[in-house]
Design a protein around this ligand. Structure first.
Ligand code: ATP
Length: 331
């Protein structure tokens, strides 16, 4: 076990799926650390880079000009090796070699699970910053990348709506979300979707049938059905195929938005959230905190134990489900 007196040097890395605003978070962590006389090392390619010793010194100028860039300049990875004891031992050896006293990890649930396991085995404090487009994490209203992804979906669907209404078609639009429907749900409301299919709910088929048999026939003659990729009824292709079989008269199309949802310059909301959380992560470490996630609740910074973050699920926003139904029952 290593005894540490104060924090002189930290590591920072991005892990799991990339999200717009991760660079803004690395910049904020780096600058807040330097402002507090702490040296910073960036760890490239997440836990895999930690295992391979892929560390790079970050000075203030190294994080210039990245605030507005999508992706993550430190890169990210899904590391199988870190799931093994040997892998984590190698990562620890590298942290010792580079004299890293504490680590800031920017990622999702999986990244925080890895951090928890590691900090039970080795005496190095970890603080997490939520970075994922899914906005599915317990303890924070907001995850970095969500707002940018949401706006990307809205822009894409607005374009699809133009062709949907010109041709009188129904478009089944699939958005990211293997286990979480937050992105699809909010995008559905923002885009005026008729129905939104999300993994957390199972009543959407009824809504869809009501739209097909009433709303579509009577008035609308076009429409958007939003589908989170992990929905229990299947993806957009499967749902569209079923509808086409039952309603051969309807002109049905599918659009999978795919990886464009992860890219692009972060919105102001994401940049500000990343900056607030980055500074808060350094202040938490200076305050002797460890194994916590920095979150935002009602626009205020909060500290949430990582044990809770990885164990508990975030509820979906039932108010969004309700208002979408109210709006669409007017058909
Ligand atoms: P996203 O929500 O975007 O998928 P994530 O952080 O949940 O992000 P994961 O791929 O689940 O992404 O996790 C990132 C990395 O964390 C994994 O590649 C692995 O290296 C590490 N990790 C996840 N779970 C564990 C675990 N149980 N033990 C050790 N390491 C883990």
């Amino acid at each position: 076990m290593n005894k540490r007196k104060g924090i002189k040097r930290i590591g920072v890395f991005t892990s799991g799926g990339d999200a717009p605003g991760m660079n803004a978070a690395v910049r904020s962590v780096t600058r807040a650390a330097i402002a507090n006389k702490i040296e910073v090392y960036g760890i490239r390619r997440g836990y895999q880079g930690m295992i391979e010793g892929d560390f790079v010194r970050l000075r203030s100028s190294d994080v210039s000009g990245i605030l507005q860039q999508g992706g993550t300049f430190l890169q990210t990875a899904r590391s199988k090796d870190f799931r093994t004891e040997e892998g984590r031992e190698m990562a620890y050896e590298n942290l010792l070699k580079f004299e890293i006293d504490a680590v800031v990890v920017i990622g999702g649930d999986g990244s925080f699970t890895g951090a928890l396991i590691f900090s039970k085995e080795f005496d190095i404090p970890f603080v997490g910053i939520p970075g994922t487009i899914d906005n599915d994490m317990y303890g924070t209203d907001y995850t970095i990348g969500y707002d940018t992804a949401l706006n990307t979906v809205v822009q894409a669907v607005d374009k699809i709506k133009d062709t949907a209404s010109s041709h009188g078609r129904i478009f089944f639009v699939e958005v990211m979300g293997r286990e979480a429907g937050a992105l699809a749900l909010k995008a559905g409301v923002a885009c005026g979707a008729e129905v939104t299919f999300i993994p957390e709910l199972q009543t959407e088929e009824e809504e869809l049938n009501r739209f097909l048999n009433k709303g579509f026939k009577n008035k609308k003659r076009s429409g958007i059905i939003m589908i989170a990729e992990g929905d229990k009824a299947g993806g957009a292709f499967k749902i569209a195929e079923k509808v086409q079989k039952e309603h051969p008269e309807i002109d049905v199309r599918v659009s999978i938005l795919g990886h464009m949802q992860r890219g692009g310059s972060p919105t102001a909301v994401d940049r500000v959230a990343a900056t607030l959380m980055g500074v808060a992560s350094i202040e938490a470490l200076l305050d002797d905190q460890k194994s916590i996630m920095i979150g935002l609740q009602n626009e205020k910074i909060v500290h949430v134990p990582l044990t809770k973050v990885v164990k508990l699920n975030r509820d979906i926003d039932n108010e969004l489900v309700r208002v979408q139904k109210v709006i669409n029952s007017a058909n």
